[in-house]
Structures are given as C-alpha cells and as structure tokens.
Design a protein. Structure first.
Length: 153
C-alpha cells in the first residue's frame, strides 16, 4: 500500500455524499503508520479517537455515554477545522455498552468534512466486518457507503 493510493481515495471521497474513507485491515498491517504518513504529508490532524473520546466520556454515566457519544465526536472534530481529519484507534465506537452503529456515526461526521479512519477488520465480497461472529463487538455491513481501501495482510 502506498500513500498515493490513499490520497487518491481521499480525493474521490471529497465528491461523495459521505466523505468517508476507511483504511481496512487486521491489526499489524501498518494502518497507523500509513495514517501518520498521510497526516504529515497533508499537514492535517491525526486523532487517537479512543484516547480523546474516553477522556470526554469518563465523567458521564453509562446511559449518558451512549446518548452523548455522537455529539461528543462531532464536538471533537469541530476543534479541528481542516477539511480532512484522520482518525486512528476507533475501537471505542464498537463497545456494546455505547449502543452505536460505528459506520453510521462515521458517516454522519463525514458529511461536512472528509474523514479518513482506520478500521480493524476485513472487507470481503462487499461486506465490511469488525471482530469475529459471536464476539460482543462484532459488526458487519453490506455495501457500506464509504470508500474502502484495503491493507494487504
């Protein structure tokens, strides 16, 4: 995977309804390094979503966390007015206690800016997955409305 392919996907996404690019691959395939390279080359923020969101959620009750996570994610992005924001470490969005559809949340925040996000999972036959079937964080979506860039295993 080279940075030019990912930058091409970002350009494509800027014309889409949901300006969402997902860099999909299992852990250890180099997604974080590639995201860091793109962030440096384009001089845009690279946000560790787990770290940033968990610090905003910690003082909320479990019920309020599930209600507020979408708004807090949007507020976090408003702190970065660039037209492209890169998100790494998005695993918190899959926590079953938060009762979220992670793909829908990412699509929502990608309406007003391009979002490039890492996705620990797979994309096989137009099916995007996260975790294994039976795992509490398992998520699957057919034909996701996003630009998918796959990392080599």
């Amino acid at each position: 995977m080279n940075i030019q392919l990912l930058e091409h996907a970002i350009t494509q996404a800027s014309q889409a309804y949901f300006r969402l690019v997902l860099l999909v691959g299992v852990a250890g395939t180099g997604k974080s390094n590639l995201l860091r390279d793109v962030a440096n080359s384009k001089n845009v923020p690279l946000i560790n979503l787990n770290l940033e969101l968990s610090s905003k959620l910690i003082d909320l009750t479990p019920q309020h966390r599930s209600i507020r996570i979408s708004g807090l994610t949007d507020e976090l992005l408003q702190e970065h007015p660039q037209p492209l924001v890169i998100l790494d470490n998005i695993e918190l969005l899959f926590n079953p206690d938060l009762k979220q559809d992670p793909l829908r949340l990412l699509q929502g925040i990608s309406r007003n800016r391009t979002i490039l996000a890492s996705w620990n999972g797979s994309f096989i036959q137009r099916r995007l997955t996260y975790a294994a079937v039976g795992h509490p964080e398992y998520f699957a979506a057919d034909n996701p409305d996003a630009i998918i860039v796959e990392m080599a295993s």
